[in-house]
Write a protein that binds this ligand. Structure first.
Ligand code: DI6
Ligand code: FE
Length: 407
């Protein structure tokens, strides 16, 4: 962590602390940080007297929010799949392309062929785009290597990203993403291998959580359960790509394993919602994937809201179903397509996204939390889901260190 030892003062700003059930709005506010943490939040006129401020940033009336958290991405991969987007425009479905050997498998081939340095360069450029929109924490999944050595390569790239950029990176092992060609017809054997690789990857410090793709074109419930058992034995938290293209009952299974989140969930059933509520599992909504696949089945947002299941929103950046490098666009889509309120959407990329990653030290502006901040050239936080484009982010602070963006 790049911590500042002296006191840093952020002033001449308004604040959306997101600390209560509302925006937590503070007009003409200020914030103090020290040692990487927030130490004080309030109105500027109430700043404690006699402070020995080491660094001061007057933010020109900007809005200060918690740094955004993109809690579901597949940032590490080689190549791209623009030709498949073209095929889909001509009528081919995502499933048809996948079954014909395209889809995830074609990215696996490109990723295996890429050097670690080339992967890091591509991943870093994509992370930079997210950071320009105020992202200070990102979750990055493996899943395009699909062998022990190649999954390790991808997870190392994600770890290195977090060490080489002012960005917190959480690494999720998604070995159970697709069946690699060398295991054709042997899905159960592949799952056994995925489970065997987990301990050595964890021992290398490369795994913060474990994910799987539970779907007709992915893995079955029983196979997913084996992955979850292996994770449980190692004390690793789980999450799941669940009910994206069809209802599989993955959400109920994930809830039984205390999953941090179930992601996509367009086909989530009432039983799945009840199970998630009981387990405290976060619903991660991925509207950019839904949009790019021209899906029509919307996730059950009203039922999730009524049940009190927390909803997070993420870019789901990946080269197939969501080549989206704009979390603000995902927030906009969640409101426009699915009628989340602007407050729900902003909470979905801060407070709830932190929960989806099991992080208690960020997502709001409050003393004791990490001083991860985003400053915006807007008057009110509802504008974060209003504008489409226009680069409203004026800068970020990561663990208290101010990183302005060029106007
Ligand atoms: N669901 C997704 O959104 C990504 N993986 C998954 O299981 C898509 C991955 C890809 O198409 O490359
Ligand atoms: Fe995904």
């Amino acid at each position: 962590m790049n911590t500042q030892t002296g006191i840093t003062l952020f002033r001449h700003c308004s604040l959306a602390t997101l600390s209560g059930a509302d925006w937590g709005w503070i007009e003409r506010g200020a914030l103090l940080a020290q040692g990487g943490l927030i130490t004080w939040v309030g109105a500027e006129r109430d700043l404690p007297a006699g402070l020995a401020v080491a660094e001061e940033h007057a933010l020109n009336g900007a809005l200060l929010t918690p740094g955004l958290i993109d809690c579901h991405t597949h940032l590490v991969y080689g190549g791209h799949r623009a030709h498949e987007a073209d095929l889909r425009l001509q009528g081919a479905s995502y499933e048809t392309i996948a079954r014909a050997g395209g889809g995830i498998r074609s990215t696996v081939a490109a990723t295996r062929a890429a050097t670690e340095a080339a992967l890091l360069a591509g991943t870093s450029a994509r992370a930079d785009a997210l950071m320009r929109e105020g992202v200070t924490t990102v979750e990055v999944k493996s899943g395009y290597g699909l062998s022990l050595a190649e999954e390790a390569k991808c997870l190392r790239v994600a770890r290195t990203l977090g060490q080489s950029r002012p960005l917190s990176v959480l690494c999720t092992y998604l070995g159970a993403h697709a069946l690699p060609p060398e295991f054709e017809g042997r899905a159960d054997d592949y799952i056994a291998a995925v489970c065997d690789w987990m301990a050595p990857l964890q021992a290398q410090g490369l795994v913060d959580a474990v994910d799987a793709f539970c779907e007709t074109i992915g893995f079955t419930l029983a196979q997913t359960q084996r992955v979850f058992e292996a994770a449980r034995a190692l004390g690793l938290p789980v999450k799941l790509h669940a009910e994206q293209l069809s209802a599989q009952g993955g959400a109920e299974l994930a809830a039984r394993y205390g999953a941090l989140s179930c992601d996509h969930i367009e086909h989530l059933s009432p039983a799945g919602i009840a199970a998630m509520r009981a387990a405290g599992t976060v619903a991660v909504l991925l509207p950019a994937a839904w949009y790019c696949l021209r899906d029509t089945q919307a996730p059950p947002v009203a039922a999730l809201r009524e049940a009190g299941v927390p909803m997070a929103i993420s870019s789901d950046h990946n080269p197939g179903s969501s080549p989206c490098l704009s979390i603000l666009t995902a927030l906009h889509m969640a409101c426009t397509f699915w009628r989340l309120t602007p407050l729900e959407a902003v909470l979905g990329a801060t407070v709830q996204a932190a929960r989806a990653l099991g992080l208690r030290d960020r997502g709001r502006l409050a003393p004791g939390l990490r001083a991860d901040l985003a400053a915006w050239r807007v008057e009110h936080p509802r504008e974060l889901t209003y504008w489409l484009g226009g680069q409203p982010c004026a800068g970020r602070a990561v663990a208290g260190r101010w990183l302005p963006l060029n106007p």
